[in-house]
Design a protein around this ligand. Structure first.
Ligand code: HAM
Length: 424
């Protein structure tokens, strides 16, 4: 036997024990997005590398060290998408979706980042993202945040997460603040760790996001971006808070929330939890009013968020909120070739009568005893048994597998009605 080949580190298989949970969470998300008027967009997994460099930013961790980038056979540099926003903007520009139109879009799918894998952090991970284009007021910021809150509520996670918000201002006020921050940090350069020394030049705002305990004192005392906001951004942020309060949504102001991607302006937010250890952000997003223009489109205000699906699943599982696995309800057992042949007719009748019922026809032969064992193991509630006796009587035996009720013979002609009565 040759050596088995394992999956790439940090890239997970989702096995049947996991997919029932994934499907039910995805369904809840899709349904809420639909009711908020969002439409699905499906985007390629591969994009030109330049797209991510220009949008996420050359000096970010993602672009500097986390992208899966390679040359294709035509020597073109391509990258496995590390996130969905850049692709969504690219597609919107390419297909003219932003011309005098408001777009509310959502997507679900895998992303790739070469990070150090740990609980809640993987090299392939899934997003469920939402993006809105063409609206600049704080009302839509509130509406988008409320959409994310509703998803969390429907997943029963509300009491396990906290909403943090901040404003990054417009690009001028941010540039002015950057100077103030760099002055402050330069004065205390001896207290900066190696990463932050580097960031002082490339991306000083990200220093505020450092988790290094030795630097927290320095960060807490740093000048606040909030105190350097331009008037419009400050008003925008005030209004957003008024709307969230009116909707009864609790939030925390986190002046150190700066996000790891360069395209944000004004509102940024994260839903955080203490349930997942170090990787505590389950959903994150914000406004990115400059990005459409930066990528070659007509200036269009925009904002969005993405849920990290693995983290959502981990929470739901850990808190015991996962739905029951997808087990068959009805299990057909047959004895002999003639019975099996007839059973093919009867399973159709059962499936037509109850389209949502999970019906399994035993395949692979075996003794009746063996088939009963399989039926029991499958989790089915009801077995339908077809042997020679039943065939002769044009009947079928119905046996409740989880209740102590005597089995009974029903007519094959009445199978549909009997099942409808049983599962109504
Ligand atoms: P992000 O913060 O990079 O934002 O990712 C969003 C979420 O994806 C994170 O909060 C986290 O839950 C999850 N996530 C990120 N990296 C990993 C990983 N390596 N393993 C597992 N989960 C991960 C964005 O990507 C933006 N595109 C969000 C956005 C949409 N902003 C505006 N529109």
């Amino acid at each position: 036997m040759s050596n088995p080949i394992n999956a790439v580190r940090g890239m997970n298989d989702l096995l049947p024990v996991d997919t029932a949970l994934w499907q039910s969470v995805e369904k809840i998300m899709r349904e809420i997005l639909r009711t908020f008027g969002y439409q699905e967009i499906r985007l390629p997994i591969l994009e030109k590398t330049e797209l991510f460099k220009r949008s996420i930013g050359e000096a970010t961790d993602i672009v500097e060290k986390e992208m899966y980038t390679f040359l294709d056979r035509n020597n073109e540099s391509l990258t496995l998408r590390p996130e969905g926003t850049a692709s969504c903007v690219r597609a919107g520009i390419e297909h003219g979706l932003f011309y005098n139109q408001i777009q509310r879009l959502w997507y679900m799918g895998p992303n790739f980042r070469y990070e150090r894998p740990q609980k809640g952090r993987y090299r392939q991970f899934y997003h469920c993202g939402a993006e809105v284009f063409g609206l600049e007021g704080p009302d839509v910021d509130a509406e988008l945040i409320l959409l994310s809150a509703r998803i969390l509520e429907k997943l029963n996670l509300t009491s396990h997460v906290r909403l943090q918000i901040n404003s990054l201002g417009d690009s001028q006020s941010r540039a002015a603040y950057r100077k103030v921050l760099v002055d402050y940090l330069t004065k205390h350069q001896d207290q900066l760790d190696e990463d932050s020394q580097r960031r002082l030049v490339t991306n000083p705002l990200r220093i505020l996001d450092s988790k290094n305990p030795a630097m927290q004192n320095l960060i807490v005392k740093a000048p606040k971006l909030m105190d350097h906001l331009d008037t419009e951004s400050a008003m925008h942020f005030e209004k957003l808070q008024t709307y969230l309060t009116s909707a009864g949504l609790q939030f925390e102001l986190n002046p150190c929330l700066v996000r790891g991607l360069d395209y944000y302006s004004k509102t940024v937010f994260e839903w955080v939890t203490t349930e997942l250890g170090a990787q505590g952000t389950v959903c994150a997003g914000g406004r990115y009013d400059g990005l459409v223009e930066q990528l070659g489109g007509k200036a269009t205000p925009a904002l969005g968020f993405a849920f990290g699906l693995e983290r959502v699943m981990l929470m739901v599982q850990q808190l015991g909120l996962a739905p029951a696995p997808n087990e068959p309800t009805l299990y057909f057992i047959t004895d002999g070739e003639a019975a099996l042949t007839q059973a093919f007719k009867l399973v159709n009748i059962a499936r037509d009568a109850l389209p949502h019922l999970r019906v399994l026809l035993h395949c692979g032969g075996g003794s009746l005893k063996n088939q009963f064992k399989k039926a029991d193991k499958s989790g089915a509630e009801v077995a339908l048994i077809l042997g020679e006796q039943e065939l002769n009587a044009k009947a079928i035996t119905l046996k409740m597998l989880r209740e102590n009720i005597p089995q009974r013979l029903i007519s094959q002609n009445e199978l549909a009605e009997e099942l409808q009565k049983l599962f109504k």
